[in-house]
Design a binder for this molecule. Structure first.
Ligand SMILES: NC(=O)c1ccc[n+]([C@@H]2O[C@H](COP(=O)([O-])OP(=O)(O)OC[C@H]3O[C@@H](n4cnc5c(N)ncnc54)[C@H](O)[C@@H]3O)[C@@H](O)[C@H]2O)c1
Length: 442
């Protein structure tokens, strides 16, 4: 039988629930009124820009935002996105500066390829615009420093949209750790499994090149490192890593440019038929004559220069050590994490996709040293990263009440998470331990 949360945990949540929000993109004026509609612009109008930060916002917050500009280096994709979002009168741009001049947004969402985030975050801040950015905040230490400096120079705050924090299971884990039930956390085992569907998809797309994604240690693992920094309430201090490319890229016995034109589809385990997905055909295939970008690119292209097999040891400011692993060719998708505390252990397994039936999306157990194991009841998963997407958007746009520990992630969270991956990547390249303090000045 599942146990109810302990009274100390319930009490904590009640007290913390009255705390103020950490950040709001809709500041009240002197009379306590929030402006009726904000002038909203997006740079990078691909899947995320047109969906989560486009159409979904039109549907959820029709009275709060006015779409004043959509910018993408691919003009066809910007036009397709405008249709998908459903804002026929919103102007589209290929030149960011022109968009800012003409559209005069007061809120900017950055959803480009990761390697360009810094460029638009810095320009937005320098023009006095509130900026939200998708994760990772950026992909190398110099770009990270540029973002932090721009924020300081302009006395502004940015929001990094780490939706994973807002999945109910992840909040539950945070509350268990805050309640001190298992005492001080000495070490953590954290393994993330990307399967042959989702994991392979990174190798089809722009993510396969470090210059775009910073590698999966930055693009994907910045989610994981943000969760861990937040769960532990600590900063990563030093890392050592190892990584390799074992399955994708040059490991393939044959290759083509992309699946739609490939002669090897019958014999390829990773064949992907994009023609069945109308949205992707509109957003990518219809626009590929402009930029040559294939959404269904071959996972075995020889230019793949990211790892598919990664592991690291990360030491934190509170003395915790984490063993971390990320593999991108697993038969199932999800993760396992275990927090080893002085008074017990918190074990979590997440099930996202697997060839067997599961009762719950997460299994969470607390085992007390010299004591019993109890199963923690889980809120049911809903769409969009376990319900995290909606909860985070409501926090941003509707200023819903939330405990202090659920406040919106800021540039520091953005920096510490991407820098963990950047440091591990540097450690692999340079074959040495890397200290985060040597990478940027916070
Ligand atoms: N939080 C999450 O769970 C989550 C999920 C998916 C993607 N993301 C993030 O969202 C962002 C976009 O990812 P996506 O899946 O929508 O990718 P996508 O390829 O669908 O879209 C990226 C868009 O950026 C445009 N672009 C690339 N370089 C540009 C530049 N220099 N200037 C202007 N436009 C440029 C491309 O033309 C494309 O339209 C990424 O940063 C990614 O990490 C986050």
């Amino acid at each position: 039988m599942p146990d109810a949360p302990t009274s100390s945990r319930r009490e904590f949540v009640k007290v913390a629930g009255s705390a103020a929000l950490g950040a709001s993109l809709f500041p009240a004026d002197a009379l306590g009124q929030t402006p009726a509609r904000r002038r909203y612009a997006i740079v990078g109008t691909g899947d995320r820009g047109s969906g989560m930060w486009g159409r979904d916002l039109v549907n959820r917050y029709p009275d709060l935002l006015e779409f004043v500009g959509l910018c993408d280096k691919n003009p066809k994709r910007a036009a397709v996105a405008r249709d998908l979002i459903g804002v026929p009168n919103c102007p589209t741009f290929t030149n960011f500066d022109e968009m800012i001049e003409k559209a005069k947004p007061d809120l900017l969402m950055v959803t480009t390829v990761d390697g360009f985030h810094h460029e638009y975050i810095v320009k937005g801040l320098d023009r006095g615009i509130d900026v939200m950015t998708e994760k990772p905040m950026t992909t190398d230490e110099a770009k990270c420093q540029a973002v932090l400096d721009a924020e300081k120079r302009n006395h502004r705050k940015i929001v990094v949209t780490f939706n994973y924090r807002y999945a109910p299971a992840h909040q539950q884990m945070k509350e268990i750790l805050l309640s001190n039930e298992i005492g001080k956390i000495v070490s953590v085992d954290f393994s993330w499994y990307l399967d042959v569907i989702h994991g392979a998809d990174y190798f089809r797309r722009w993510h396969r090149l470090r210059e775009n994604s910073g590698s999966l240690l930055v693009h994907k693992a910045s989610h994981h490192f943000d969760l861990m920094n937040w769960w532990l309430g600590a900063d990563p201090v030093e890392v050592s890593g190892s990584g390799g490319l074992q399955i994708y890229g040059r490991n393939g016995a044959f290759r083509g440019a992309n699946c739609r034109t490939c002669p090897h589809t019958a014999g390829c385990r990773f064949y992907y038929d994009m023609t069945k997905d109308k949205r992707r055909m509109d957003l990518y295939a219809r626009c590929e004559d402009v930029d040559g970008y294939y959404r269904d690119g071959c996972v075995f292209r020889e230019d793949v220069n990211i790892f598919d097999t990664m592991s690291a040891i990360v030491k934190y400011s509170n003395g915790t050590t984490m063993n971390y692993a990320l593999n991108a060719y697993m038969p199932y998708e999800g993760y396992r994490v275990a927090f080893n505390g002085e008074k017990g252990r918190l074990d979590v397994q997440s099930f996202e996709r697997q060839p067997w039936d599961v009762a719950d999306s997460h299994e969470i157990y607390v085992t007390k040293s010299f004591g019993k194991r109890t199963k923690v009841p889980m809120p049911k998963m809903t769409e969009g990263h376990g319900g995290g997407d909606d909860r985070m958007r409501d926090l941003i746009f509707k200023k819903t009440d939330a405990p202090e520990y659920m406040k919106l992630p800021d540039s520091r969270a953005g920096a510490m998470s991407c820098l963990t991956g950047i440091a591990i990547r540097n450690s692999i390249d340079q074959k040495k331990i890397v200290r985060l303090a040597d990478l940027v000045k916070l």
